[in-house]
Design a protein around this ligand. Sequence first.
Ligand code: SAH
Length: 365
Amino acid sequence: MSDEKATPLARRLIRQIEATGPIDVATFMTLCLADRRHGYYTGGDPLGAAGDFVTAPEISQIFGELIGAALAQAWIEMGRPRPFAMIELGPGRGTLLGDALRATRTLPGFHEALTLHLVESSPALRAAQARAVGERAVSWHTRLDEVPTGPPCFVLANEFLDALPVRQFVRDTRGWRERRVGLDAHGDLAFVAGAPMMRAALPDAPADVTMLEIAPAREAAVREIALRLKHTGGSMLVIDYGALDLDGSDSLQAVRAHRAIDPLAAPGRADLTSHVAFRPLLQAITETGLHAFGPLPQGDFLRRLGIELRLRHLLAGADAEMVTSVRAGVDRLIDETAMGMLFKVIAASDAATPPAGFTADEEWT
Ligand code: SAH
């Protein structure tokens, strides 16, 4: 076994696979990210320049401020209900939340009405979230179904769904087979193909597509939120990297210290995500009877929420160095060659009125 593969989780997986055979990619992903002892998110704080990856709210405070404005608009459009809940899934360091709270401070009655529920599995990130919200009362939950159902709510998930597990299927001359993690001739972790499976068990794919990824856990999460919103009223905003439909390539990716690495190289020590396919999520929303909107490229969404205006306000009176660095952050969020096009935004609402940032003709039907 090479040194790189010698993480504690790799050794455990190898023993398990030797004993009981290959595991599917979803199980591998779940263990890598969420294993109680060796999981990536169980271990520490992976975010920021010194960590493994950087997310939009960590790049610019304007991101969270604009989401705060969208949250406030949702509250106003609902007739300013009290109480009103915000549920954030996977809040990371709580940066977005802190910025959203600061941006909505002056809206009369809003902070008094707001209750905060954070769904977070990482103890280290819960601690960071507590620091980010300061004095405010917050409830933490390990799973969405632990959040009490009550007042109307706004549900937010930025770069959360990409961490939920995917299953992969590959097509060869004998048909479709599930891609699994097994062992190679040296006893190292390697991708292997399972037994041929029944065609009917998979979604349709064009004849030239040889790789399919499905994410039942992502669909289930979105369906669960939609059913909750149907009951309580409110809206949801999901932001993640991906596309309406995936392009048929292997999108599983591991990142460590801001570099892409082999997904099997450092189990439990690297972030592991895959591209989000939005079509099944939009379908899951509309199946519950809710209105779904998008997907909209992140750059368009942020421009519509007024990112340029907000930037001008923020930079009024700033020195040249500050102007350059803040402008660079905003450009990274909206530029087509950076995050502006790769990241997409979808929304769901119990009301037919399009949520902030969307137009009526962007409703998914
Ligand atoms: N939204 C944040 C962080 C994104 S990273 C931001 O934009 O900066 C993914 C987040 O989801 C982390 O907070 C991670 O701990 C959390 N997470 C990942 N899988 C989870 C799961 N299955 N249950 C709860 N939280 C999870």
